[in-house]
Structures are given as C-alpha cells and as structure tokens.
Design a protein around this ligand. Sequence first.
Ligand SMILES: C[S@@+](CC[C@H](N)C(=O)[O-])C[C@H]1O[C@@H](n2cnc3c(N)ncnc32)[C@H](O)[C@@H]1O
Length: 269
Amino acid sequence: MENHNLKKIAETYKSDKIEHGYIEIYESYFHKLKEDNLIILELGIADGKSLLTWSDYFKNSKIVGIDIHKINLDEKNLNRSNIDIHQGSQSDEKFISEIISKYKEFDIIIDDGSHLSKDVKKSFQLLFPALKNKGLYIVEDIQTSYNHFFGGNPFDLKYSNSHMNFFKHLTDSINYQEIANPFYIKKKYDSQILNISFHHNIVFLKKGVNDRVSKEVINHSYEDMKFKEKTNRSGNNLRYFLKYKILFKTYTLFLFLVNLIKKIVLLRF
Ligand SMILES: C[S@@+](CC[C@H](N)C(=O)[O-])C[C@H]1O[C@@H](n2cnc3c(N)ncnc32)[C@H](O)[C@@H]1O
C-alpha cells in the first residue's frame, strides 16, 4: 500500500489503533480526504491519542472529540486550534443534539466509545442524520458484539440484538429495492446507505442516496414486473394474467403467510 503517513503519525502518538490493525484500513479510506476541510467526530477520547493523530493527518479539518469523562486538555496536550472536546455520553439524546446544533454536519464519525451494543446503536441512530451525504460512519472494536459482558451475545449469533447484527441487517437497506415482498414496508435507513464494509473488528458505512430502481421487481413485486414485461411483448393478456396475477401472486401470498406465522411463533420481528 502507498505510504500516506498515517501510520507514522499514529506511531508518534502511540495510538492503539496500530495494534488493533486499523491504521492501514483507515489509510485506505482516508488518504483521498486528508487535504479536505472536514468535520470529524470521534466518540471516546481517553488519552487523546487518536484526536492528536487525526489533528496532524487532517491538517485542514476540525476534530471534535466527546467523552463521558472529563478530559483535561492541557494534561493530554489537546490544546490545539483544530481540536474541540466536549464532555457527555454518546447515547445521551440531549447532549448529542447539542453537539449536532453546534457543528451541524459531520464528514466522518468514528465510534470508539463504550463499545456497548446499546450505546453503539443509539449513537448511530442519533448521529446518522447529521452525517453528510457521502460521509463515513465507522465503528471500532465490534468484537464486543460477540461478548455478553458488553451487551453482545456469543450464544445466538444470527438473531442477537448485538451492534454487529444491527450493521449486518443494514446491508439489506442497500438492496431494499430488490426485495420481492409486495408487503414490504420501507425501513428507516433504506435508500440512505451506499455501502457497508466489514473488516476485522471494524465497520465502515458510507451514507448516500441509494434509490436505484430494480430491474427485477415493480414495487417489490416480481409477478407484477413479469406480467408487465410479457404483456408488453406479446399482448396475450389473459394467459399472463392467470399466470402472474393469479398463480404467482397466490404463491407469493402463501409464502408471505408462512413466514409471518413463523415470525409470530418464534417472536422474531
Ligand atoms: C477506547 S477509549 C477511546 C480511545 C481513543 N479514541 C483513542 O483511540 O485514543 C474509550 C473512551 O470512551 C469513553 N466512554 C465510555 N463510555 C462512553 C459514553 N457512553 N459516551 C462517551 N464516551 C464514553 C471512555 O471514557 C474512554 O475514554
């Protein structure tokens, strides 16, 4: 990989993002942005090593850090013109809305705070609206999703309420237009996510308008799309009406009901 110096800077400040193996991954996303004028928010300051790293790397950007504990700027050498810090919890709605009122929008948000599933999900819910179009939302140390001492669940990986599963489910929002369920109800993040990348213990999500119309379904219906295609081509409406509007639709309704009953019985919503 090309050397863009993030590693050198992180070494200077002894950032533990090196040991975690995050620096090369960060560099691959950040090197194109390093000269830009950005607003970067990091949840979790501790000794300020990452804030100092970002402050050097993103020279033209504002680095905002928040931490639940009081951080002494002078003690941690954080007294720099491009660093702002605030005390408060990443999952406190009032505090986060004050942060959003002050900075309006962020280009990059990094969650390196409590790593508790409930906090990670809550912060995402509070901060996603303040992430700019094409902005990046990054969650570090996602391994806590596999640890019940952090609110994760190592015993039911597929259906737990962990933050890893939260992000896994968001991948469906990238393809929501393709879901061939005529009863599908558009979800909160559908059409707002361009991509999600999972690396070892770290997730990168890119916000953006993603509402490309499906080539397979019309309004989530495969049978309606097929009916339209076939009748446009041949004009034999009755035959295709019986096939797609009656037979295929009945089959889709049957599968919908089977899955609905399954979800009710297993309490999966
Ligand atoms: C892993 S450290 C942050 C390290 C820092 N980002 C770095 O790379 O140098 C986690 C920090 O999150 C803070 N923290 C814990 N719970 C929090 C919460 N609910 N809201 C905000 N910060 C929290 C802790 O006080 C701690 O300083």
